[in-house]
Write a protein that binds this ligand. Structure first.
Ligand SMILES: [Fe+2]
Length: 238
């Protein structure tokens, strides 16, 4: 569990969409930045390409991102996975062709006061499902699949991979997940893996928006991806 639990909880709030965070010209610039960055991860199984945005690469866009996020959430410190040499990362671009499963982005250091995470959509396609349920531990993927749980290792954690856990099945009660929401948004998950969860917010991606939510929320993408989606995820702490 996170050490500064009371502080973390005091900073929590409702998920929120910032309209017109970027204009059309700026969206183009962010897409060019995405194309220019080298690939960090190309995961064929999860069908996702990840590119880490390193500080100093496109300073003008870096300033836009930092200044405008600050206007929305106040003072913050970036809390992304940095380069091995210590160079700061401003976030992770993810181009996904397959929905991402249930997880939390609590980070990798329980001493940190985790704060907000932001999603900057760079495609109009995509939906993010935020659950009411919260978790106060490391970055964790929640699964009941034994083959996934077997991926846990100290090496993977050190590399910045989420912990695989089924603890959520004991934490949020035994109420079956709502069938309508399941059929509409979450068919990529096992419905029993969503036991006890309730949807808080469904964010439909829109170019130009910024979506902000607490890092303690369980969340996942919806099953509705017809081709691919691109977004920039940035994590913060206090
Ligand atoms: Fe996430």
């Amino acid at each position: 569990m996170h050490e500064n639990l009371n502080k973390i909880k005091s900073l929590e709030g409702a998920p929120r969409i910032v309209k017109n965070f970027l204009n059309a010209e700026e969206i183009k610039k962010f897409l060019s930045l995405y194309s220019a960055l080298p690939i960090t991860v190309n995961n064929l199984k999860q069908k996702v390409i990840k590119k880490r945005w390193i500080s100093g690469f496109e300073k003008e866009l870096e300033k836009i991102l930092r200044d405008r996020i600050k206007l929305e959430i106040g003072d913050f410190i970036m809390d992304n996975i940095n380069e091995r040499n210590g160079t700061e990362s401003l976030g992770l671009f993810q181009e996904s062709f397959k929905p991402i499963g249930l997880h939390v982005d609590g980070g990798f250091d329980l001493k940190n006061t985790i704060y907000k995470q932001t999603l900057l959509p760079l495609s109009d396609q995509g939906e993010t499902i935020i659950f009411k349920n919260r978790y106060y531990g490391h970055s964790t993927s929640f699964t009941k699949k034994v083959s996934d749980l077997e991926e846990n290792s100290v090496e993977n954690f050190k590399k910045g991979k989420n912990i695989r856990s089924s603890d959520h099945l004991e934490m949020y009660g035994s109420k079956p997940f709502d069938k309508e929401n399941y059929e509409k948004y979450l068919k990529h998950e096992d419905i029993d893996n969503l036991k006890g969860l309730e949807v808080e917010f469904i964010y439909k991606w829109k170019l130009g928006d910024l979506f902000i939510f607490d890092r303690t929320h369980l969340h996942c993408s919806s099953c509705n991806i017809t081709s691919k989606k691109i977004g920039l995820a940035t994590f913060t702490k206090k």
